[in-house]
Design a protein around this ligand. Structure first.
Ligand code: NAP
Length: 319
């Protein structure tokens, strides 16, 4: 186990992601002390009961007091106002980061409030489940998953290196890219798939010729996987689509063109076109398996490589 990289970690928001960071940071010895807070009294009380932070405080400003690393783990729409709220309480030299699934808009919302001497380095751990709240977090969530850092131009190199080291200690593979590139990549790999899942489940719900019980009964025919994704948190995903609008609309436009081409192939009985596409997509799936980004091993309970030298692959599914 490595020596703590961070002395005091402050977590604003303790849901799936904040709760997993708290558990992982402690389990893998990444921090000395964790101070946490959440929006509601109910969640704060639950965090105390779970014992996953050293101290749980009532306000966001109180949480960040004297913290070396502050991670904002809340829906992206709240990132700007929360940064404004904590700005004057941030310690000089502290790293301020987040975990939001969108980066350009979040950077735009947070940056104007960040005082000089505080290093703003946004991040996105590409790891998740459809569950939310402090009970849903687990220490292994980030193991062998990607965590993307999107430091603004001119960001302090030492602070970026420290945040990289923090995420690596939690088991993540870390990559650095621009916020704009991140948003384009995630629009196609995560945001559009969620949009499609929400749509299909909604369409099935409104399709009255097939009863709801039939939909549930025969869901193994592909629908079941969509329902898992479509069960993801409504607040989080509303904010993702509203904050990554341009990239999502760009990908949706391309998708609509491709669906139209597929519909034409079906209408004209063009089996070769269908076969050619399905062969290409099967190769993509095999590529994902080859690089160890999916497996039959469940997310929950995946061992940390530093603790158990087990062979990969462990899965990557995330938002
Ligand atoms: P979650 O389980 O719903 O937890 C959100 C937490 O934020 C809760 O503790 C909530 O407190 C707190 N919160 C909300 N507004 C707040 C405010 N103004 N001040 C302080 N705390 C506030 O959400 P999550 O899944 O962890 O997602 C958090 C962030 O991670 C989002 O930005 C999302 O885009 C990103 N992300 C999610 C996933 C995923 O798969 N879920 C993956 C990668 C990144 P209360 O419980 O008291 O309301």
């Amino acid at each position: 186990m490595s020596a703590p990289i961070i002395d005091r970690l402050a977590l604003i928001g303790v849901g799936l992601i904040g709760g997993s960071i708290a558990r992982a940071a402690r389990e893998y010895g990444a921090v000395r002390t964790i101070v946490a807070t959440a929006h509601s009294e109910k969640t704060r009380r639950r965090v105390v009961e779970l014992g996953i932070a050293d101290r749980v405080v009532e306000t966001n400003a109180e949480a960040v007091h004297d913290a070396d690393l502050v991670i904002v783990c809340i829906p992206v729409g709240a990132s700007g106002p929360v940064t404004a709220e904590i700005a004057s309480a941030l310690k000089g030299g502290a790293i301020l980061s987040d975990v939001g699934s969108v980066k350009t808009q979040v950077l735009r919302d947070m940056a104007p409030h960040v005082p000089g001497g505080v290093h703003l380095i946004p991040a996105h751990p590409v790891a998740g489940t459809e569950n939310s709240g402090p009970d849903s977090g687990f220490a292994e969530l980030f193991v062998n998953r990607w965590c993307i850092l999107t430091p603004p131009e001119g960001a302090d190199a030492a602070a970026v290196a420290k945040l990289k080291e923090f995420w690596a200690t939690l088991g993540a593979n870390v990559e650095v890219m621009s916020a704009a590139h991140h948003d384009m990549v995630l629009a196609i790999t995560s945001h559009l798939p969620h949009l499609i899942a929400y749509t299909i489940v909604g369409t099935a719900e409104e399709f009255s010729q097939v009863s709801r019980s039939e939909v549930l009964k025969f869901s193994a025919g592909g629908f079941r996987d969509f329902t898992r994704i479509a069960a993801s948190d409504p607040t989080m995903w509303r904010d993702v689509f509203l904050h990554n609008r341009d990239a999502v609309l760009e990908m949706l436009g391309r998708f609509n063109e491709d669906v139209a081409a597929l519909a034409k192939a079906i209408r004209w009985g063009d089996g070769d076109a269908l076969f050619e596409l399905f062969t290409r997509t099967r190769a993509i799936r095999r590529g994902i398996l080859d690089i160890g980004q999916d497996s039959a091993v469940p997310d929950f309970g995946r061992p940390h490589p530093a603790l158990e030298a087990l062979p990969r692959p462990y899965a990557a599914d995330g938002d």
